[in-house]
Design a protein around this ligand. Structure first.
Ligand code: ADP
Length: 419
């Protein structure tokens, strides 16, 4: 295994795993520390998904160091610390403290680069832009947990770490890999350097110039150039082209949607219009016990075996607001997550092997309820969403979709990528 990755949340981990797969590394993702019996003999990269973005910095550091220890033990020659492409963090952490702790383990210097041009994240003279708008003026300024009110990442990161933070600007990166490597080597003043990039070519330049660093930190974008660079350096024998379809165990299919994001609502509508059998959940009825696991499973058992079905709680903002007012925001979410988790846990025994799950938190709840510990990454269905397959029992194929991802026909077409 060449690359060991630590991601600060689940869908971010999948995003990175998909990038590495697409660029030619055989990649596995684990939820939390990987199971002891995980076989990495045919794996180039392992991504450990933590849930450490907004926990206290000391806990994030501890979890990240534990993950790094495991990755090193499994043979990782390089480490990658993955965070959000909008640099989600506060002055108390956690990007600075975790990067600092990992550098304490690896030695040397590192870079910080959340750039992802395809998603509209670019960095110019240390300032992060979101779809062309400075980070501090973007919707991220009002994020409930990590409001980003300063676009200058040198300043943002410097407030989080004792290590001195530098900048390598656009002109150097644009001049190519040699210029970038020399600039980093001649910078003796800084241990963490923010690196500008505004297009994919820059990310590939960063990969070519800096794949030798023991630690890289950033968004999934900055991993783009690493696989090719590892090949060029002889660190891996070949790039492995991701198969267009993923082998999945034969069995029944189900769609569980707990996201209320606009894209998922559209996908639910399209699936219903296409005649997919469906069951609508209502948080108020779940809280009252009217809707419950045994009722749902009786419904599941009545559905035709040759078709997927859809169970969804996705609803319009006004209905979500009413449910949240009545139950409280957290409880409204938790009752839905618990019910979908309970249904998911009962599916493998009923012969279900292929599941689509819509929603980041919902996916976390379903993966946990299924007891799935690690996933191999398969083909991309729509940007940012791959098919995955559990490495151990239950043997299931899972498409874990962040709420706002995917085209309207996602629930209909995703199955075609399985064989
Ligand atoms: P997304 O990826 O779109 O953010 P998540 O699954 O992360 O989706 O978050 C959606 C949250 O909303 C979950 O906690 C889910 O349980 C909750 N939820 C789902 N349906 C409803 C609803 N009808 N009313 C209120 N909350 C809901």
């Amino acid at each position: 295994m060449i690359l060991g990755c630590i991601a600060d949340d689940l869908t971010g981990a999948t995003d990175l795993a998909l990038m590495l797969t697409r660029e030619g590394l055989r990649t596995v993702q684990s939820t939390g520390l990987p199971p002891d019996d995980l076989d990495v003999s045919n794996v180039d990269a392992l991504v450990i998904a933590l849930k450490s973005r907004t926990i206290p910095a000391a806990d994030a550091v501890k979890q990240s160091l534990d993950a790094a220890d495991v990755l090193k033990r499994l043979g990782a020659q390089r480490l990658f610390f993955k965070y959000c492409s909008t640099f989600d963090s506060t002055d108390q952490g956690n990007i600075g403290p975790v990067a600092e702790a990992l550098l304490g383990m690896t030695g040397g210097v590192t870079i910080a680069c959340p750039v992802f041009p395809q998603a509209g994240r670019t960095l110019f003279m240390g300032n992060l832009f979101v779809n062309g708008i400075p980070l501090s003026e973007s919707p991220m300024k009002d994020h409930p947990l990590t409001p980003m009110r300063d676009s200058n990442l040198v300043r943002v990161l410097q407030r989080q770490t004792k290590l001195s933070v530098g900048l390598i600007g656009y002109a150097t990166v644009d001049a190519g890999a040699d210029a970038l490597r020399k600039a980093l080597e001649s910078d003796r003043a800084h241990r963490i350097v923010i690196v500008d990039a505004v297009k994919d070519d820059h990310l590939r330049t960063i990969g070519a110039a800096l794949a030798h660093l023991p630690l890289i930190t950033g968004g999934s974008g900055v991993a783009m150039g690493l696989p090719q660079a590892y090949l060029a350096a002889g660190l891996i024998g070949q790039l492995t082209r991701a198969a267009p379809r993923m082998a999945a165990p034969e069995g029944r299919r189900a769609i569980l949607a707990g996201s209320c994001s606009a894209a998922t609502r559209g996908q639910v509508k399209a699936a219903i219009a296409a005649g997919i059998p469906n069951f609508r959940l209502d948080p108020l009825e779940i809280a009252d016990g009217v809707q419950n696991p045994s009722q749902l499973l009786q419904w599941v058992d009545r559905q035709p075996a040759d078709k997927p079905f859809l169970i969804y709680s996705s609803d319009e903002p006004e209905a979500v607001r009413i449910a949240q007012e009545r139950l409280g925001r957290d409880r409204a979410g938790i009752v839905v997550e618990h019910l979908l988790g309970a249904v998911a846990a009962a599916l493998p025994a009923r012969g279900f092997t292929r599941l689509i799950v819509a929603g980041g938190e919902t996916s976390g709840a379903v993966v946990q309820a299924l007891g799935v510990k690690a996933l191999t990454i398969g083909p991309e269905i729509d940007p940012g969403v791959p098919w995955t397959r559990s490495t151990s029992k239950p043997d299931v194929a899972l498409a874990l979709k962040s709420g706002n991802f995917g085209a309207e026909d996602f629930f209909l077409k995703a199955w075609d990528r399985l064989s």
